[in-house]
Design a protein around this ligand. Structure first.
Ligand code: SAH
Length: 242
């Protein structure tokens, strides 16, 4: 496993180069958040950091993959909530295609409206549950990258994400500071799903009172197909994690 720190300054520069779209997204999210509960983060600077910059943290690693293969990426965001990380990623990389999968209808509606407002042609929003959709042939092992942020603990996350990933593709987990313990606990789940941990990418983001908080992305590569019985029904995943 390699470890490289993500440079937040670079991500802020990237965000600035799409400033108009991000301002529109922030405004739309704040407006809709008054009607339906989409996010607890309403401070503009915190929204910028904890939703936008955090979503973009994976960009340097994905750009490096594209630099090798020369092909645009097909990405699924599993349990995307109000569209994170998929909306920011779709804004800054219009040449890649995104599928955003969310179980709650009101959040799906918000994302569809946001994609329309921002004229994002590269984002498809799907309403459904990961453990069911991952068995559909049109979605199983069809993506270069599967993203999961704030969805579940790592063993469950591995089971929910890995089946969407193509052979040699990657599952990316957005995690907090206790990533090492989570990785230890998820070793079996990651292996069972046909993946290997390749990279840990630490970074820091400021809180409202300017304390720095540690985060990490974990990138797992799919080296074998995920066994057909996975993911299991949600009750089983929860009751008996891999
Ligand atoms: N990724 C977003 C949302 C995190 S909250 C963010 O980081 O801001 C987790 C979201 O996943 C919720 O919106 C919930 O409705 C959705 N979710 C939970 N389990 C799911 C499942 N099995 N399949 C699809 N979506 C799921």
């Amino acid at each position: 496993m390699t470890e490289t720190t993500i440079q937040i300054d670079q991500l802020q520069t990237l965000l600035q180069s799409h400033q108009e779209a991000f301002e529109r997204l922030a405004q739309f999210l704040l407006e809709e958040n008054k009607k339906v509960n989409l996010t607890r983060i309403v401070d503009p600077q915190q929204m910028r950091m904890r939703h936008f910059v955090d979503s973009l943290a994976v960009i340097p690693a994905l750009d490096a993959i594209v630099a090798k293969t020369g092909k645009p990426l097909r990405i699924i965001d599993v349990g995307s909530g109000a569209g994170f990380p998929s909306l920011p990623l779709a804004i800054v990389r219009p040449q890649w295609t995104f599928c955003s999968l969310e179980a709650t209808a009101k959040k799906v509606k918000f994302q569809q409206a946001a994609a329309e407002t921002l004229k994002l042609k590269n984002l498809q929003v799907l309403h459904g549950r990961a453990e069911e959709m991952a068995h559909q042939p049109a979605l199983r092992e069809q993506f270069d990258i599967a993203c999961g942020r704030a969805l579940a603990a790592m063993p469950m996350l591995a089971e929910l994400l890995a089946a969407f990933v193509k052979p040699q593709g990657h599952a990316v987990f957005w995690k907090g500071s206790n990533v090492q313990e989570e990785l230890t606990a998820a070793q079996d789940a990651i292996r069972t799903m046909g993946c290997q941990v390749r990279r840990r990418l630490p970074y820091e983001l400021p809180t409202e009172d300017n304390q720095m908080v540690n985060f990490s992305l974990v990138m797992c590569q799919k080296t074998k197909p995920s066994p057909k019985q996975y993911p299991r029904v949600f009750g089983m995943i929860k009751k008996n994690p891999l």
